[in-house]
Design a protein around this ligand. Sequence first.
Ligand code: MRU
Length: 362
Amino acid sequence: MEKGKNSKNIMDYATVTLLDAENAIEIIDQTKLPGTIELIRLKSAQEIWNAIYLLKVRGAPAIGVAAGFGIYLLAKEIETEDYEVFYEAFQKQKEYLNSSRPTAVNLSWALNRMEKVCIANKNKPVAEIKELLHKEALEIQEEDIRVCKSIGEHGLTLVKPGDGILTHCNAGQLATSKYGTATAPIYLGEERGYHFHVFADETRPLLQGARLTSFELHAAGVDVTLICDNMSGTVMKQGLVQAVFVGCDRVAANGDTANKIGTSVVATVAKRYHVPFYVCAPTSTIDLNTATGDDICIEERPAEEVTEMWYQERMAPEGVKVYNLAFDVTDHDLISGIVTEYGIAREPYTESLKEILSKRNA
Ligand code: MRU
């Protein structure tokens, strides 16, 4: 376990690493950032479940990668040569990991992808299936890097040098394997001298914007300004923002999009001030089986995240009622475009999302 007061740059660390020889996943414990960069190892199903639930590893694509590595490690431990016995144990572990968080579809997407490897190779020896699971888990991670880079290229066509860009929560490198989704155009633009001015919403209650986005962008040398969530309207009204880029946890078939709580407020305000609002979405986050945002399960999290975290004393009176939804849904008519690795989907999303997915499946 490496622990330190950030002597190394956060950009030098991988968000999730498979340590196959040690039968472990190594992650940056994101609940400790930005104060301490601490790498922790996860081995058991419960450790992996807890790390996802407690947001030690978080962000839809990173959750998918962790789940892929996790189910591989757990499958590796199943001691049997019998496929049926192996598959039954695999499914149990899969269901358990899948229950850690409900909103980000990348979790079930990655687990289902791993399950398909078992089913497609059921006639092969279990040892060989385990090898194939290893390969698939690594491919999920490598694919994530390629996908984020492509999202960055498409996103970059929507902005120009010197633009102000606002983002909410953390859809950055810490939420993916590299580049991030909403931050991918920012990182690629930085490499190419675009010099964007980024505004990062702090993102109450868990402060992913303050603790993670402003941390990683600042470490990468990007001009980033941290603002309170309730300032996004003001910076837009002041003409400081030319585009909003956010990530997402699930895109429904009609384009309604779930992302960190507060995203829909930003989208509504952006419409008011005629600022284009873009959702950056790997196709793994598009869920055509979910018809509209109303069908997306929104995670509700413990009250303590609102009443007592991040402060030495309680921040709210004892016994006060708390409603702490972790995500909200942005209605599709507020979204100017959904930026995927295959291009940009626009209204009507029911058509354009299908078209994007057909490119992936071609
Ligand atoms: O609760 P979190 O921190 O996992 O929420 C993360 C977000 O809402 C991100 O914007 C989303 O997962 C996309 S990450 C590329």
